[in-house]
Write a protein that binds this ligand. Sequence first.
Ligand SMILES: [Zn+2]
Length: 169
Amino acid sequence: MLALPGAIMRSRQVEKAPRPFFQCAHMECTEPAILRRDIKGIELKLCKTHDLFYVQQESDEFCRVEGLDTVEQKRDWMLAKLASPRPTPAEHWAKVLKTPGLIHQAYEMANHFFARHTYSAPEPDSAWSSNSSEPALGEAPDPDEQAAFVAWLNQTAREEPEPPEFAFP
Ligand SMILES: [Zn+2]
């Protein structure tokens, strides 16, 4: 008998236990909490709607501090932000490590990134130490060679998968 692909796929599906219900920190709310957010030093479990409520509060505060009052000002700020160079994955993860109050998985992912990066990066010293044209101590490094090395570093960093976006407070 010929089994249809759909039947095969259904037979392979694992029955998932329903997720446990977590009460949203807003007691009048009946929606399940989907994440935890640090609100003024207190970790709150929040549903999607109430998470967005706090995101909006943070955004409003950011715009107030930055002096972004009108839609035109906010649009110009965004356009300038988009036009500025994007951080490399290494810069992104370094910023994650320096930012307090993120979920612990963010720090784990950052540490994994730097662990991978160290292991995968070739040792420049071993390639150069036997090179007789290596600059003597005190001599300024060749700017072309330096630029090529920086370009190579950036290229290596950009080949890493895109890091997920985290909201920096
Ligand atoms: Zn809620």
